[in-house]
Write a protein of this length. Structure first.
Length: 344
């Protein structure tokens, strides 16, 4: 029986959390020549998270735990709010390899979906350790674990908490994920295992995104009927036409109650280029914590405008910008690194 049939659902990120899950960054190949530079900003992220939720961090061993504690202490993180679990990982992108937590509002149970994980179409092997993280966490907390048997990543799906999932064809219909499934079959898996009723699609991701177009870089729900979507203001930028196309698609979509989406436009930062590579810098890759929204910023003139727009969408939360210029060299930011654990 599927989670949907049993009454489980995947809450929206803006609903209440018990904790936030992270996997401590340790793979130097993800930040070649730069991994040491990310730890102060990563630790700042953890510090902000601990203001309103427990932070649960996957580490490989005692040595990595000690290393992590050292960096967190330098940033004066309240370690009483941080828990470490010896769950070895290949990489740091917990949004994609971490547990998808479901809740059952009737029975007050929590469960986990363990989707298959193939490092975005087998781009970055090995990924065998990452692939089993959700089941390890399920065992740790004695939670039921559902195994759909298909590839899915947390960054590729966005939720309004009222039965709607938003995703992109560029990612979920890419033959490097589930070539045996068509769009309708993928929709059924999403609804069955996330406890949803409809899937809405846009087409494009942003330039430089090695995930083939994760939705968490382009469109985010801020409440059940409002989305923030990134737009490129410079008509000569290679993201301009892609994001205009997404915007037109969003304007045509309808929710389950037949309402149009309220669409708030969010600027893209100026292009972030490092070693001749365009990086997937986006203000949309924010994490919604219980009392804050933590936003990547890029030493850019548009940072303040982006933070102000996001703040207007989250009047009850503090919006915090953290420098992500070094972190984005890993081709992801704060949302990619985190996975919320909802309250039942």
């Amino acid at each position: 029986m599927t989670p949907n049939y049993l009454g489980f659902r995947f809450p929206a990120e803006f609903e209440k959390h018990d904790a936030c899950w992270l996997s401590w960054p340790h793979k130097e190949a993800s930040w070649p020549g730069k991994i040491e530079k990310i730890y102060p900003y990563y630790s700042q992220f953890v510090k902000e998270l601990t203001q309103s939720e427990i932070v649960r961090i996957n580490v490989n061993d005692e040595a990595m735990k000690s290393f992590a504690v050292g960096h967190l202490q330098k940033t004066n993180v309240d370690l009483d709010k941080v828990e470490f679990y010896f769950h070895p990982t290949n990489d740091a992108w917990c949004r994609d390899h971490g547990p998808a937590f479901l809740i059952n509002p009737t029975t007050k149970q929590k469960a986990i979906v363990d989707w298959n994980y193939n490092a975005w179409g087998n781009k970055y092997p090995p990924y065998d350790l990452d692939d089993v993280i959700p089941t390890l966490i399920g065992k740790q907390f004695n939670l039921q674990v559902f195994n759909p048997g298909i590839v899915m990543e947390g960054g590729s799906v966005e939720f309004n908490g009222k039965g709607t999932i938003l995703t992109s064809t560029a990612c979920l219909l890419n033959p490097n994920r589930n070539p045996q499934l068509d769009q309708q079959q993928i929709e059924k898996y999403l609804c069955d295992y996330y406890g949803a009723e409809q899937v809405l699609w846009i087409d494009e991701g942003i330039v430089g995104d090695d995930t083939d177009g994760h939705i968490d870089d382009t469109v985010r729900f801020v409440n059940e009927d409002t989305v923030l979507t990134v737009i490129e203001e410079n008509k000569n930028d290679e993201n301009y036409a892609l994001l205009q196309h997404n915007l037109k698609q969003l304007q045509q979509l309808r929710l389950l109650n037949d309402k149009q989406l309220n669409i708030v436009e969010l600027p893209m930062p100026d292009a972030v280029v490092y070693e001749d590579q365009r990086l997937p810098a986006s203000y949309a890759n924010f994490y919604i914590a219980n009392h804050a929204v933590i936003v990547p910023v890029f030493n850019c003139a548009k940072d303040d405008k982006a933070l102000q727009i996001i703040q207007e969408c989250f009047p009850t939360r503090k919006v915090v910008g953290i420098n992500s210029v070094d972190i984005i060299w890993g081709l992801g930011s704060f949302h990619c690194m985190s996975q919320q654990e909802p309250s039942v």
